[in-house]
Design a protein around this ligand. Structure first.
Ligand code: SIN
Ligand code: FE2
Length: 212
């Protein structure tokens, strides 16, 4: 492994794994096309903060049996789209294959959150903790513009570090890293030609419930 990568991973919580270039360009193009199909069926929505109702800068949709949503009533997983009331589209085979390859978990993911970042969008530091079981990892795949990603520890005030996540990179948050605070500081414009509108798409595959 590249020395700088080892150094970067050396300070990360246990169970954090970065796989730069996990998807090659043709796999990225195929996945981007599959996601465009999902967005056509399950349109992007603007999530809102619980209580305040303030909009996120990121727009979202989901695929799989469950999807993550947020509005004034709170964060939750639900089987239907908040605007259309329709079930989420099925997860593309490519995503199921990536989970099988990377998750080290014997059951399939139940939700894939699709986050779409316009050039000025960001995501504040948070934990992924709306799942009912944390034994399975969160597997993340990135497409389009590179972002500056930040990760800390399981406590909000633990030290954080940041690194770039580029198109095709995979990240696994397992073990101690499963509940690490993380977020996206900013999108780096002009860093990828994959998505013609200059956006970044991040897919996170999650298991919501324990073993079936
Ligand atoms: C998330 O934490 O839901 C998204 C992370 C990312 O965009 O890389
Ligand atoms: Fe997250």
């Amino acid at each position: 492994m590249e020395a700088s990568l080892l150094r970067r991973q050396g300070h990360a919580p246990n169970g954090f794994r970065l796989k730069p270039g996990y998807l090659d360009r043709s796999a990225q193009e195929a996945l981007a096309a599959a996601i465009a199909g999902i967005i056509a069926q399950a349109p992007l929505f603007t999530p809102r903060m619980p209580k305040s109702g303030a909009p996120f800068s990121v727009r979202m949709t989901n695929c799989g049996p469950l999807g993550w949503v947020s509005d004034q009533a709170g964060y939750r997983y639900q089987p239907t789209h908040p605007d259309t009331g329709e079930p989420w589209p099925p997860m593309p085979a490519m995503l199921l294959a990536a989970w099988q390859d990377l998750a080290g978990y014997p059951h399939p993911p139940e939700a894939c959150l699709v986050n779409v970042y316009a050039p000025a969008a960001r995501m504040g530091l948070h934990q992924d903790r709306d799942e009912h079981d944390f034994a399975a990892p969160v597997v993340s795949l990135s497409l389009g513009q590179t972002c500056l990603f930040r990760i800390g520890g399981a406590a909000r005030n633990a030290p954080t570090r940041s690194f770039r996540l580029a198109s095709g990179d995979a990240l696994v948050l397992a073990g101690e890293a499963r509940l690490a605070f993380h977020g996206v500081d900013r999108i780096i414009p002009g860093s990828s030609t994959l998505l013609p509108d200059g956006s970044r798409i991040n897919l996170t595959l999650r298991r919501v419930n324990g073993p079936p």
